[in-house]
Design a protein around this ligand. Structure first.
Ligand code: HEC
Length: 106
């Protein structure tokens, strides 16, 4: 029966497509440790964490951590890609703004 063969083929394609989508998705999750490393290499030379406790950061809706990381990595010429910006923004957000990583593990 020809239709059985077609179904099998479609199923294989579906698995491949879904598998790829899942793999791509998990690689896009921000990584705290990688963010910490990049941040310490690139951002702590000029200023310490006090940079992140200015009250107007929370009041200004246009001030987002992601945007700041993007601007500053550009300023110092790091040339980070989307993934690296996301990693550092995640780290800065968790560690310095939410202060939810004080005890180490995130
Ligand atoms: C070459 C030195 C230098 C490096 C490296 C650097 N910065 Fe800065 N940063 C500055 C200066 C200068 C200011 C402005 C001074 C101020 O606002 O007190 C600043 C300000 C900031 C601010 C506050 C902006 C505001 O409006 O309050 C943030 C957030 C920031 N930097 C994040 C970063 C991040 C993230 C990195 C790493 C990608 C980084 N900086 C690396 C020099 C640097």
């Amino acid at each position: 029966m020809p239709s059985a063969g077609r179904w099998k083929c479609n199923f294989t394609i579906m698995l491949a497509v879904c598998g790829a989508a899942i793999a791509a998705d998990s690689s896009r999750l921000p990584d705290y440790r990688r963010g910490a490393q990049l941040h310490d290499d690139a951002c702590t030379g000029c200023h310490g964490p006090s940079m992140y406790s200015r009250p107007y950061h929370e009041r200004n809706p246009y001030f987002t951590v992601r945007k700041q990381v993007e601007i500053w990595q550009n300023f110092v010429g790091m040339g980070w890609d989307e993934q690296q910006i996301a990693d550092v923004a995640f780290y800065v957000q968790k560690r310095f703004y939410e202060k939810s990583c004080e005890q180490g593990g995130c």
